[in-house]
Design a protein around this ligand. Structure first.
Ligand code: GSH
Length: 203
């Protein structure tokens, strides 16, 4: 298998690298330079017509995209700890948290990135006021998340899971673009320390 990705701070390829590190799985890594628009080149669009990273190439030459879908495939094909939950209840809980973090936290951070950041200015018409309007939403969601993390070790409970990977990569990307975890969100900050201290976080 081959994983097409980009170095940090690109958050979506990092999700898959962390997942592989937690599983102890090794694949060939191919860097697609985003600043040189490698992900929009005609050849790459044959791998993912949306021109997005990451993409996993399977041994039969077919391609999978969407980081969570790629990780679901790896969950079923690689040995190692269950990262999408071990029981029906746990699987639903992990799924719930993946959806919550992607929709409630990653989406507004993504809008701030697209509509206010200098690195994306040449790529689209930026509606800066709209982008900025997402900042209070991110703070509000972090405060809600802080309450949800009270008394928990990991996002979906006692076991580290894909939900932690989504949360960490989102929080780190937010910090990179200038939208850090609010200083009074003690539970989120402690959780981030916990998941960042795992060797996989270096991926
Ligand atoms: N939902 C996709 C998002 C992929 C994505 O947006 N990747 C970024 C890199 S971190 C990208 O390729 N952006 C370029 C674009 O959207 O055109 C996933 O989870 O894989």
């Amino acid at each position: 298998m081959k994983l097409y990705g980009e170095d940090n701070p690109a958050p979506n390829p990092r999700r898959v690298r962390i997942f592989l590190a937690e599983k102890g799985g090794a694949v060939e890594h191919v860097r697609v330079p985003m600043r040189a628009r490698g992900h929009k080149a005609a050849d790459f669009l044959k791998k993912n017509s949306l021109g997005q990273l990451p993409v996993l190439e399977l041994d039969d030459g077919s391609f999978l995209s969407e980081s969570v879908s790629i990780c679901r495939y790896l969950e079923e094909t690689l040995p190692g700890p269950a990262l999408f939950g071990a029981t029906a209840r746990e699987r639903a809980e992990v799924d719930m948290w993946i959806r919550r973090l992607e929709l409630q936290l990653m989406s507004p951070i993504g809008q701030i990135w697209r509509h206010t950041h200098p690195l994306t200015a040449a790529l689209l018409t930026q509606y800066v006021e709209f982008g900025e309007s997402n900042r209070p939403r991110v703070e509000q969601i972090y405060r809600w998340f802080d309450g949800e993390l009270a008394g928990k070790t990991f996002v979906a409970g006692e076991a580290y899971s894909m939900a932690d990977i989504i949360g960490l990569t989102t929080a780190d990307f937010g910090t990179f673009i200038g939208v850090p975890i609010p200083g009074d969100c003690a539970n989120v900050l402690a959780w981030r320390e916990r998941v960042s201290s795992r060797p996989s976080a270096a991926a």
